[in-house]
Design a protein around this ligand. Structure first.
Ligand code: NAP
Length: 304
């Protein structure tokens, strides 16, 4: 009888998402559907609400209790890197982790799949020598800037608080700018657009009328019904990528780290987008394919 792809894996395992609050997270539905699709019928992915003051102690205890892996969301991504015993170079460079993998004897390995998940969500890999304008200088901007600089893109970073953009580019590369400038790619990594009352542009250095100069526009903000920022980009004829696509791609990379199996991207996307018909775009292959790994492509790939 031929060995199945997951014969090397335990029959049952626990995964989850650490956040505070975290009840809104789409990751359990997305990851449990993926586990079922992979035939890991006794694996479970659950919400792990943990307040900041209990984070390190709880994470160590969860690892000791046999948790296999966890995604990490607001406000714990920096604390997740701090509690890890080992970390990837990109998590260290970004200064934050969104994926923890637990091993024997208290080992906790940290990675940041927001950065490669962002690249995988783009309609095409960014061309070395291409240009990007990143809005924001918080945690998600750090992951995006790191990914783009590593890909050889000339990155400009604008932030409402200019000193934070200067600090970010000092750490990661790119250059801080005081005003919007033309680029191939525009990425909104600010929280603008989150509230239902937001116009999507109120404190940003560009307007709905000027957004059409960017060929590709990405909005990391998710809001039911779509964001005004991405609506304006779509109306202007830009190629658009929404926050849900990055959610899917970063989650797929985390799942692949915990299982060693190619993530069923299409299933994950279908679950995340169920009843949320916003900003469709051309699917891309599994992120494992973009990393040069072998394995079947599963068809085309917000906050965890
Ligand atoms: P963060 O670290 O708190 O940073 C927030 C950023 O937004 C800062 O640059 C801040 O500028 C800026 N900002 C806030 N209000 C603003 C306003 N009114 N006008 C202009 N700029 C404003 O947050 P984050 O973790 O980077 O997350 C940012 C957004 O991305 C959130 O909506 C989050 O949900 C989303 N996100 C999505 C994914 C995904 O997978 N789709 C992943 C990560 C994050 P100042 O420095 O001036 O305060």
């Amino acid at each position: 009888m031929p060995a199945r792809a997951h014969d090397h894996l335990p029959a049952a395992a626990r995964l989850g998402v650490l956040g505070w609050p975290v009840a809104h997270s789409r990751s359990p539905a997305m990851q449990n559907a993926a586990l079922a699709e992979l035939g890991l019928s006794d694996w479970r992915y659950q919400l792990l609400p943990v307040p900041p003051e209990a984070f390190a102690q709880t994470v160590r205890a969860l690892g000791a209790s046999g948790l296999r892996g966890a995604n990490v969301t607001i406000p714990h991504k920096e604390a997740a890197l701090a509690v890890a015993t080992t970390a990837t170079d990109r998590a260290r460079a970004i200064g934050a982790a969104n994926t923890l993998t637990f091993g024997a004897d208290g080992a906790i390995h940290a990675d940041n799949t927001d950065a490669p998940g962002f690249l995988a969500a783009l309609p095409a890999p960014p061309a070395p020598g291409g240009t990007a304008l990143v809005l924001g200088a918080g945690g998600s901007a750090r992951a995006v800037v790191h990914a783009l600089v590593e890909a050889g893109v000339d990155v400009a970073v604008w932030n409402r608080t200019a000193a934070r953009a200067a600090a970010l580019t000092g750490d990661l590369g790119g250059r801080a700018v005081a005003a919007a400038r033309p680029a191939d790619l525009l990425v909104n990594c600010t929280a603008v657009g989150l509230g239902q009352a937001s116009t999507g542009f109120e404190e940003l250095p560009l307007t709905a009328d000027s957004i059409g100069t960017y060929a590709t526009v990405v909005d990391l903000v998710y809001r039911p019904g779509g964001t005004p920022f991405l609506d304006a980009a779509q109306a202007a004829g830009c190629s658009v990528v929404d926050a849900l696509e990055m959610l899917v791609q970063q989650g797929a990379l985390s799942l692949e780290a915990w299982t060693g199996l190619p993530a069923p991207i299409r299933v994950m996307r279908d679950v995340v987008r169920r009843d949320l018909p916003i900003a469709p775009h051309e699917p891309r292959p599994s992120p494992s394919a973009t990393r040069g790994r072998t394995g079947p492509s599963n068809g085309g790939g917000a906050r965890p």
